[in-house]
Design a protein. Structure first.
Length: 427
C-alpha cells in the first residue's frame, strides 16, 4: 500500500506553500540559526532542506500522484526494440512489448503520472517517445521526436528536455504533446547525454560522453555557460592542456553508439548532485571512477577510483550514500561477464565504504533504487539480464533475464514530489 505524504509535501507538489512564522522562544532560550531559504526558479516546488536536496525522496514520501501505480521494473532493451516488465514481488517477467527503435531509457514524467520510453533510433530518423501508463503497465502510441537519447524535465515542469545526442543540442518541448518550443545548441559537448540540476533549478550540468567533459547550462537565460574537460589527472596541467586540444569524437559523423572510437582518456556518463548541491559527482567509463566538480567555480576538484567502466549514479534513500554502477568494461560495445560491480561512496566523506562485485562477472549499467531503499536494480547491458542488489545484505545479487542490451531501466513507483528525468531523478 502506498503511504500518504505529509501535508507540506502535498502542498509543495501542487504549488506554493505558506509557512507560519515561528513563535519567539522563551526569554533566555537559545535559537539555532535557520538555514537560508533557497531562491528557486518560479514554479519549482520549494527546497525543504537546503542541506539535503534528497530529503523528499525517503521511503515514506510517496506522492499522491503515484497512487494506484503498479509495482514494476521497466527495462528498455536497446537491441530488441522492446520493454521487459518485471514484477519485483515475484521476480518474474510479466510482459514484454514492442516500442520504438533503440529504446535507451524509461523516464518518469515531471508530474509522476506517465513513464516515457526514449527511442533514439540510432543512425535513423524515426526517433520517438513511447508513453507507458504506470497504473496499467501498458504502452500507448509513440510520438515522433528527433533523436531522443535521453529525456529530462525543466524544474518548473513547463518543458520536456529531449537530449538530442547525435545533433548536439537540447530540445525543449511541450511535456504533453512534445511539440518543439525552442532548442539550445551544445556544439562543444559531443555525445551530450546525462544531466542533473542545481539545487535552485537555475542551472543544469550535462555530460559530454564523446567530448570528455561536462557543460553548464543557464536554464533561465537559455544558453551554455561553459564546457570543461574532466580527467582523473585533473591536477596535472600538462595532461589537461593536451585534453583541451584533443578533437571531439563526433557521434553524428557515421559512428553509432556502439562503434565509438576507443582510447579516450575520459568518457563521462551519469552525473548527480551532492545532497547540499555544492558539488557534482560524474561517473567516467574510461577513467574507471567518479570526478568531483565544484558547482560554484565549475572546476574539477577531485577524483574517486571506483571500478572498471563507472557508469550509473544513484543516491540511497536516506541521501547519505551514492551507488556507482561499474559496467565492467571501458568499451562502448562491451563484452559478456566483465568485471562488473557496484561501489558505495559516502557523500559526506567522499570515501568508498563498500564494493559489491557481480558474481561470475556482469555488466551493471543503469537503473535505480526501490521505493523502500532495500534494493538497487540495474540493467546488465552486455549480458541480457537485470540485477537486483540487496543494499542491506552486502550487495547480494539476484538475476533476471531480459532482452538484448537492456539499458536505462526504471523502478516504479519511487518516492518524491516531482521528476527531473532520466531513470528517476526525483526531488
Amino acid at each position: 500500500m502506498l503511504k500518504p505524504v505529509s501535508l507540506a509535501i502535498a502542498l509543495a507538489f501542487v504549488g506554493t506553500v505558506s509557512y507560519s512564522q515561528p513563535q519567539a522562544p522563551a526569554s533566555g532560550a537559545a535559537r539555532a540559526p535557520a538555514p537560508a531559504a533557497i531562491d528557486t526558479v518560479p514554479g519549482m516546488p520549494p527546497v525543504i532542506d537546503a542541506n539535503n536536496l534528497y530529503s523528499e525522496t525517503t521511503s515514506s514520501k510517496l506522492s499522491p500522484n503515484v497512487a494506484g501505480a503498479l509495482e514494476r521494473v521497466y527495462v528498455p532493451n536497446r537491441a530488441s526494440n522492446t520493454v521487459t516488465v518485471i514484477d519485483p514481488t515475484t521476480m518474474k517477467v510479466v510482459e514484454t512489448y514492442k516500442v520504438g527503435r533503440n529504446p535507451q531509457h524509461v523516464v518518469p514524467s515531471w508530474d509522476l503520472k506517465t513513464l516515457w520510453v526514449a527511442n533514439n533510433a540510432e543512425g535513423h530518423k524515426d526517433g520517438s517517445l513511447t508513453p507507458i501508463d504506470p497504473k496499467t503497465g501498458k504502452a500507448g502510441k509513440s510520438i515522433p521526436v528527433d533523436d531522443p537519447y535521453n529525456l529530462y524535465w525543466s524544474p518548473d515542469g513547463k518543458y520536456a528536455i529531449v537530449v538530442a545526442e547525435a545533433l548536439k543540442r537540447l530540445d525543449f518541448r511541450d511535456p504533453q504533446t512534445m511539440k518543439l518550443a525552442y532548442s539550445i545548441p551544445t556544439p562543444q559537448c559531443a555525445g551530450i547525454n546525462h544531466a542533473d540540476f542545481s539545487i535552485d533549478g537555475k542551472f543544469a550540468l550535462f555530460t559530454c560522453e564523446f567530448g570528455g567533459g561536462i557543460t553548464k547550462i543557464d536554464m533561465v537565460n537559455r544558453k551554455v555557460i561553459d564546457t570543461i574537460k574532466l580527467s582523473k589527472q585533473y591536477d596535472n596541467p600538462e595532461i589537461m592542456a593536451k585534453m583541451a586540444k584533443a578533437p571531439q569524437r563526433n557521434h553524428g559523423h557515421g559512428m553509432s553508439h556502439g562503434d565509438m572510437m576507443e582510447g579516450s582518456s575520459s568518457m563521462p556518463q551519469d552525473v548527480r548532485a551532492s545532497p547540499d548541491g555544492k558539488t557534482f559527482f560524474v561517473a567516467d567509463m574510461a577513467a574507471d571512477g567518479v570526478h568531483i566538480v565544484d558547482f560554484a567555480s565549475f572546476k574539477q576538484i577531485g577524483f574517486i577510483p571506483t571500478g572498471v567502466g563507472a557508469h550509473g549514479l544513484y543516491p540511497s534513500r536516506d541521501g547519505k550514500q551514492l551507488y556507482v554502477a561499474n559496467r565492467g568494461t571501458n568499451k562502448v560495445t562491451g563484452t559478456q561477464r566483465g568485471k562488473g560491480s557496484v561501489t558505495v561512496i559516502d557523500f559526506a566523506t567522499r570515501k568508498i565504504v563498500a564494493t559489491w562485485p557481480v558474481p561470475n562477472g556482469g555488466s551493471p549499467d543503469m537503473g535505480n533504487v526501490s521505493a523502500d531503499g532495500k534494493y538497487l536494480w540495474l540493467s546488465g547491458r552486455y549480458d541480457g539480464e537485470v540485477y537486483r542488489f540487496d543494499t542491506t545484505n552486502n550487495g547480494a545479487v539476484e538475476r533476471i533475464k531480459a532482452g538484448q542490451e537492456p539499458h536505462g531501466l526504471t523502478v516504479w513507483p519511487q518516492p518524491g514530489r516531482y521528476s527531473l528525468g532520466h531513470t528517476g531523478n526525483l526531488r
